[in-house]
Design a protein around this ligand. Sequence first.
Ligand SMILES: [Zn+2]
Length: 507
Amino acid sequence: MTIAIQFLGAVETVTGSQYLVTAGDRRILVDCGFFQGSPSEVARNRMPLAYDAHSVDALLLTHAHLDHCGRIPSLVKAGFSGPIHATGGTLDLTEIVLRDSAKLQEEGEARWLRHHPEAAGAADTAEEETAVERDDPGMPARLRAADPEAITMSRAALYHPSDVDSTVQLFHPVAYEESLQVAPGISAKFHDAGHILGSAIIELTVEDAGGPLTVVFSGDLGRRDTPILRDPTPISHADFVLVESTYGNREHGPMEQAVNDLAAAVSEVANGNGVLLVPSFAIGRTQELVWELDELLRNGRIPKLPLFLDSPMASRASDVYMRHPEDYDEETAGLIRSGGSPLEYPGEEFTNDADQSKAIRTNPKPFMIVASSGMLTGGRILHHLKDFLPDPASMLLFIGYQGQGSLGYAIQHGAKEARIDGQKFPVNCKVRSISGFSAHADEHELEDWVRNFAGAGGTAASDGRPKTIFVVHGDPDAASAFAERIRGDLGLNVQLPTYRQDVVLRQ
Ligand SMILES: [Zn+2]
């Protein structure tokens, strides 16, 4: 029986994660994500699927970010009716992400139909920056620099809320570390990836006359020792490994430094009676930030300032985080057992509509606001900027990467004036950046994870070490640098697959 894998996305780029494993007449898809960023990347979402959707037995989903799950409703629309296996946390977050995506696509279509695409300014593009990992430094510059409307505006909606309804009917939650049969002769096991709630490394095993053959998909790997989630699971046995390389050529600052800088920022704003404004990505980073603020407060390291979470998507995502204590690390679980609520900041306020959001300014200072979008390319953060950029007592604190060409980048690099909705505002507030908060492992952490395979691993059918490590999910520079690193340091056979390349794993 021929066992093969086809690379349908997240090769030579960081988005569009999708891999098709074929074993005889069985077909398993791992991830089915959106290409994001520039119009030419986004256009790939409109290419016909590379296979007959009816012929796919099951879909395995690593996590809920849009570049991993965004195309699933298109797959279902095209006739896929098999189970969608993922952890409960991933499925709950995925529903939020896909509903938001369907809504944005309908809005994009309506704008296009009005023949006024140029009027679709950043401010009305989206209330939220949604699950687009735009503030992710791993995204190539050409994607980061793309206008937000390039993401959502491409003529007809790819799918509608009704397609998301059909999609969630196929959801099948799985527990971490349980072996699950996904097709005759094919089993899967989900391991913690430590990236966002529910994120998984997927170990896929195909049994045939040649014995078992195992392929490990890293998904997106988180950092070690980050709050809330467990660390990425070390795995030592596989015949083939696909590893992400978002930060394959970069190193993060230490977490301790990031936390110290956060504490200093809060205290400074409190002392000056100002407002701390934090632009943030709704899923993952916002929850970690709240966790850190709660921890700092509990340890008496910051004064208690009111916190406004001004993002409906972030508050829905936070609810999902609360519903999945089984995914927490020991520290967070322990804090909850001892009566704490580390995923909530005491007295935090959620704003549900635009009026409530605009009313935040009327509160007595000092206070803190977390709002999207992370790069100031749209969303509710914009009207807060109008209020607080001119205020020398306030602070704009960046915790995510700012893409060139974005308003965030300009302010981070010293712009003295910001143009928002055609009006000019002086930047008199303090501007700070913290680089240590990241949902992705850096080059050292990625290499350490791969090192686990470099010992005497391998299944019975293999001769020990993995036959090939496929380096995926990275901008070309990061992917090749990381490939060199593991080839040189670990002596493993490495391959950089190309888009739509088909590789036979066993004849
Ligand atoms: Zn991700």
